[in-house]
Design a protein around this ligand. Structure first.
Ligand code: AVJ
Length: 322
């Protein structure tokens, strides 16, 4: 009998409650000064697909570099994680990376956690048909919040958090997230991709691609607000702006209002001044020792670190500090 891991209990449904949270978060963010909207709202089905397009851009080195590292070190990674685990992935991005891990590791179960239900289901369906032996249990949930779900996988678990998505948290939130995962993954490990601090020109290009896909990705958020919340954002009246802040070591992405305007959402009016920025994303970059310090503060032990020859990107294997 093959053990059948149970799916998550109390996973967030794509319910009216969720839609309300979404509307409330947007309205609160637009009322705050300066205006801001959480970057997790990029990822509706269209946004998730645009992000996949970003990963294929020549300027966007993180995905390619991380995938190369995973391929090169797959056997060692599988040895460190060990056999017969349930892999919990935070954010189901493009499935190339998880496939490399699945091929090398042959885990018992795969539990992707993602905020976009439709996208998650399409990824799950593809993986089920390509890996008939694997138990695939998608969990629709927002992992930026305290975990309201418990994955039931018998035996060992391993966490996988690629893409440097950890960089979307500010360092203190990143520490809190890592501390929550340390509890969830007690007795096991976390494989996590972290983009490294580097020259500003390379960083700037990665978030300002020539083809304009990143701008489209950023603006898609407004289209989503129009579609799902009945907002009336004029997409031609905002532009994408991503700049590297060398003091903070992060890319700061804003939607900038091109003119003085008023946007209506849910019967409320939101004024925007000319050139007024709305913060939509931080992508924090770390040095290797900086990230190790953060992980250790969160209760992890640094067991192994891989970087590419140009030291653009790092993958860390963290284990239970005991
Ligand atoms: C995968 C969420 C980490 O911040 O680099 C890519 C998202 N935003 N281009 C990143 C993103 C603009 C990406 N993360």
């Amino acid at each position: 009998m093959s053990p059948r891991p149970l799916a998550a209990r109390r996973q967030l449904p794509e319910s009216a409650a969720d839609a309300n949270d979404f509307a409330d978060a947007l309205l609160a963010g637009l009322r705050s000064d300066p205006k801001q909207v959480p970057c997790k709202y990029f990822y509706d089905a269209d946004g998730s697909h645009l992000f996949e397009e970003i990963c294929a851009l020549p300027e966007y080195y993180p995905s390619r570099t991380e995938l190369g590292l995973l391929r090169r070190h797959a056997a060692e990674i599988a040895r460190l994680i060990g056999p017969d685990v349930g892999v919990i992935e935070f954010g189901a991005g493009s499935s190339d990376k998880i496939r490399v891990l699945l091929d090398a590791l042959r885990p018992r179960a795969y539990l992707p956690v993602d905020i976009s239900g439709p996208y998650l289901r399409s990824i799950a369906a593809q993986l089920r048909s390509d890996y008939p032996e694997l138990a695939v249990h998608p969990i629709v949930a927002d992992f930026t919040q305290p975990l309201s779900w418990q994955p039931f996988t018998r035996g060992k678990r391993a966490g996988f958090f690629p893409g440097s998505t950890i960089g979307n948290f500010e360092p203190e939130e990143a520490r809190a997230f890592l501390a929550r995962t340390a509890k969830l993954l007690k007795g096991s490990g976390l494989l996590i991709g972290v983009d490294l601090v580097k020259d500003p020109v390379t960083l700037h290009a990665a978030y300002n691609d020539r083809a304009g896909v990143t701008a489209e990705f950023t603006l898609n958020m407004l289209e989503r607000f129009n579609r799902e919340l009945g907002a009336d954002f004029d997409l031609a009246a905002f532009r994408h702006r991503a700049r590297y802040n060398p003091m903070a070591g992060r890319i700061e992405t804003h939607l900038v209002s091109l003119r003085e305007q008023e946007v209506r959402i849910d019967g409320q009016r939101f004024p925007f001044a000319v050139d007024e920025p709305t913060l939509v994303e931080y992508s924090c970059k770390y040095s290797v020792p900086e990230f190790v310090r953060l992980a250790v503060r969160a209760g992890w032990r640094s067991a192994r670190i891989w970087t590419d020859a140009e030291r653009r990107f790092s993958i860390h294997f963290l284990t239970d500090a005991g």
